[in-house]
Design a protein around this ligand. Structure first.
Ligand code: UT7
Length: 330
């Protein structure tokens, strides 16, 4: 029996000012604007300034989310960051963020579920709140992917960008309607090789050899990832709808992980969901991994599409391979 339920009290997002356009990429690799837009829907991505690390992006998004929740940083009692491009291997980016927010003492942890990171951390925060452990949890998806992208590999460098999105999720009572209804998570570790940064960890530590053979960067089998993404996101959406005894007509907005417009479209088609109700800002952001869902959500709120009281379905997939979905009333 849950003691409490979880509501989304505030949202915020931050995209750094520097842009990488398709025209910029034409100068680096054998590609062109038309191919990138047709195959992915992406026109531009944001890139962190040289003096910005992942925690800096997370900090900006967090301040906005805390303000939006009508809270002060001191009201936050736990921080969870989803990232695979943290400031350091150790300490965690959540600890760096905690110090920047002046919140020494409260728990802070990172979760490395790649592009599914935000659904994973939302699910964890929801469980903590339902158990009564914390009242106001700051959850942040934040990535500086561009520091780990090989700008000589045309298949990957066209996809990724930097950004951060934050939510404050807060304790509410069990009778409330504007709550997180469900989350479903999955992972298929046997498919880990499909998207991997092979070196720089304990398996193959950083060395001159690693630099020379380019294994420090993200490597990807794009086609296979594409097929798995459509399969797993469709399956987790189906799972979420069945669990909540809903069908697509109960959902006001689908906010999927923003990796490629064609993937989002295929997932929507899978359960006859109208494309006009799919939130996509992939054209202006590219794939910011764990940040895509909270950033897209925040943009859609600010442009007036997502409103309080609406029912939202989130779905994501990512390296691992990981995947998940969540349903909430905002
Ligand atoms: O969190 C995980 C992140 N990764 C993803 O989400 C990736 C998911 N996958 C995708 O989004 C797509 O598979 C890509 C955008 C990566 C590729 O699109 P595709 O429609 O699956 O193309 P493809 O891999 O089947 O390649 C078609 C052609 C190939 O040439 P040939 O063999 O037909 O001559 C590629 O070499 O397009 C070529 N190609 C490119 N051409 C111009 C691959 N990348 C590019 C490029 N510009 N950037």
């Amino acid at each position: 029996m849950s003691l409490y339920r979880t509501r989304v009290a505030g949202t915020g997002s931050y995209l750094p000012p520097d842009l990488i356009t398709n025209k910029d990429l034409e100068k680096l690799v054998d590609t062109n604007d038309e191919w990138i837009r047709e195959r992915t829907g992406i026109s531009e991505r944001h890139r962190a300034l040289p003096n910005q690390a992942t925690s800096d992006l997370a900090y900006e998004a967090s301040l906005l989310a805390i303000k939006d929740a009508n809270l002060e940083p001191k009201d936050i009692d736990c921080i969870i960051v989803g990232t695979v491009t943290g400031d350091y291997q150790t300490p965690s980016t959540s600890c760096v963020l905690q110090a920047k927010l002046g919140l020494n003492g409260i728990p802070a942890m990172d979760v490395g579920a790649a592009c599914s990171g935000f659904i994973y951390i939302l699910s964890m925060a929801d469980a903590y709140i339902r158990m009564g452990m914390y009242k106001n949890i700051l959850i942040v998806g934040a990535e500086v992917t561009t520091r780990f992208v090989n700008y000589k590999d045309r298949e990957t460098c066209i996809l990724f960008g930097d950004g951060a999105g934050a939510w404050v999720v807060s304790r509410t009572d069990t009778q409330a309607k504007d709550v997180v209804y469900s989350s479903h998570l999955r992972a298929e570790g046997s498919l880990g090789d499909l998207f991997i940064r092979p070196s720089g960890g304990s398996k193959r530590p950083f060395s001159q050899e690693v630099l020379d053979d380019n294994s420090y960067w993200f490597t990807m089998k794009g086609r296979e990832i594409y097929k798995n993404a459509v399969r797993t996101m469709s399956a987790t959406c189906q799972e979420a709808l069945e669990f909540n005894k809903m069908n697509s007509s109960h959902i006001d907005w689908l906010v999927p992980h923003q990796a490629n417009w064609r993937i989002m479209e295929a997932v929507a088609n899978h359960f006859d969901f109208p494309k006009e109700k799919v939130i996509s800002i992939v054209d202006q952001m590219g794939n910011t991994s764990a940040a895509t869902i909270p950033v897209a959500f925040d943009f859609a709120r600010k442009d007036g599409r997502i409103k309080r009281g609406q029912t939202i379905l989130l779905t994501a997939f990512g390296a691992g391979l990981t995947a998940g979905s969540a349903v909430l009333q905002f």
